[in-house]
Write a protein that binds this ligand. Structure first.
Ligand code: PEP
Ligand code: MN
Length: 448
């Protein structure tokens, strides 16, 4: 890959357009120098990997695979540790194993990981105890501490994001290809969950079936390479366009631009304006893309995203991440799916059952009910069943740790428990047991 001013220009066309949710840096000169430095750093991912993921997502769009995308709402610099990364990965791999068996199709595994450091906010400021300060916008922008100094956007943080992403990705690559992620090991963890957790016991039958399948293969003498390593990809919201375009490089094989900050990037609900900078930036890169679709999305807008981002109607290029809310998905989604399908485009449809179901508990904690999350997934499956289209996957906010951020689940967390271990820097995540619960319940849905 080369950084070449001329070919790079295609990656900068967003600069003339309004860009929502960008930090206001007090020192523009400092920002420019950081961007220049970032542009000289090596890519975090390779273009060929992005192409491979695009073909995997093509299978999702065509109904031949299922996408599992998950991780933190906001990664944090001080959570870049072996334990946190391993626990998250372990949870995703366990979910992946259950879903693969139930869906009987490949499960494409993508983390919200190694780059998910930037947050769009509904409000530019936050008020506590009569004090109003700029909102926290993610570790890539400012500090979480509620002090005037911490909340000043600091461009040096963009470099920390790069290094935090690089070390996370390095460990993820080691875990997924170095033997740790062997399917038999992952299955053993699932058996452990089923045995040791009260909620896990209802999944005994499914776990036993998987066990039998593995024993059967072993008895046949099968020991496929595919069991030993896992294909795993990194994704994040392409929010900070200065950072994303500094990591956008021309691929020497194809002469095309790739955003090498992650394999898959998405445009969020607050930045998906058709005449805005984020959609323009996304249209210029060859990575597989996602667009979040909230409840106000019209069919005309969805068709316009297809036109702008997937003009060649290439399966795998575009994935719609639907986040309507449990009470709206059954009403709002059918028209979008019908019209996009009728246009001839083959996009992937996945459900984000988190962002339409957030509320504030009396204690002041931002939370979500496990039952609402599950109900949105159910509604999403129902809509696709009715239309004969493919419910392509799930996009969830989760952690591998035993936090208390979402209420409900098999090992029930009550509103009064939220304060016990509420660690998220932004939105509430499913904890380890809630995540596994969800995977088993989605697996059951798949078989119905
Ligand atoms: C997110 O994914 O954390 C997020 C902010 O989502 P959305 O853009 O759908 O609100
Ligand atoms: Mn979130």
């Amino acid at each position: 890959m080369t950084v070449n001013a001329e070919t790079q220009a295609g990656g900068n066309t967003w600069q003339n357009l309004p860009a929502a949710q960008q930090p206001e840096y007090p020192d523009q000169e400092a920002l420019r120098s950081v961007i220049e430095e970032l542009a000289s750093y090596p890519p975090l991912v390779f273009a060929g990997e992005c192409d491979l993921l695009r073909s995997r997502l093509g299978a999702v769009a065509k109904g031949e695979a299922f996408l599992l995308q998950g991780g933190d709402c906001a990664e944090a610099f001080d959570a870049v540790s072996a334990d946190h990364i391993r626990n998250k990965l372990k949870t995703l791999l366990q979910m992946g194993a259950v879903l693969t068996y139930a869906a009987s199709v490949p499960v494409v595994k993508v983390g919200r990981i190694a780059g998910q450091y930037s947050k769009p906010r509904s409000k530019p400021t936050e008020t506590r105890g009569g004090v109003t300060l700029p909102s926290y916008r993610g570790d890539s922008v400012n500090g979480f501490d509620f002090t005037a100094e911490a909340r000043i956007p600091d461009p040096e943080r963009l470099k920390r994001m790069y290094h935090a992403s690089a070390s996370t990705l390095n460990l993820v690559r080691a875990f997924t290809t170095g033997g740790y992620a062997d399917l038999r090991q992952v299955h053993a963890w699932n058996q452990d969950f089923v045995k040791s957790s009260p909620s896990g016991q209802r999944y005994e039958q499914l776990a036993r079936e998987i066990d039998n399948a593995l024993h059967f293969m072993h008895a046949c003498g099968a020991d496929p390479e595919e069991f030993k390593t896992v294909e795993f990809y990194a994704s994040h919201e392409a929010l900070l366009l200065d950072y994303e375009s500094a990591l956008t490089r021309t691929d020497s094989r194809t002469g095309r631009l790739y955003d090498t900050s992650g394999h898959f990037v998405w445009v969020g609900e607050r930045t998906r304006q058709l005449d805005g900078a984020h959609i323009e930036f996304a249209s210029q890169i060859r990575n597989p893309l996602g667009v979040k679709l909230g409840p106000s999305t019209t069919a005309a807008e969805a068709l316009e995203y297809v036109e702008r981002l997937d003009p060649d109607q290439e399966p795998g290029r575009l994935t719609f991440i639907v986040r309507m809310g449990a009470d709206k998905v059954r009403d709002k989604l059918p028209e979008l799916v019908e019209k996009v399908t009728a246009s001839g485009a083959t996009v992937g449809w996945i459900t984000d059952p988190m962002h339409g179901n957030t509320f504030e508990a009396a204690s002041g904690h931002k939370t979500r009910r496990f039952d609402d999350v599950l109900d949105e997934v159910k509604g999403f499956f129902e809509v696709h069943k009715e239309l004969g289209t493919h419910p392509g996957g799930i996009h969830v906010e989760l952690t591998g740790d035993d936090v208390t951020e979402c209420v409900g689940g098999g090992d029930e967390i009550f509103v009064d428990d939220l304060h016990q271990r509420y660690e998220t820097a932004c939105d509430p995540r499913l904890n380890r047991s809630q995540s596994l619960d969800l995977a088993f319940l989605v697996a059951e849905m798949y078989r119905d």
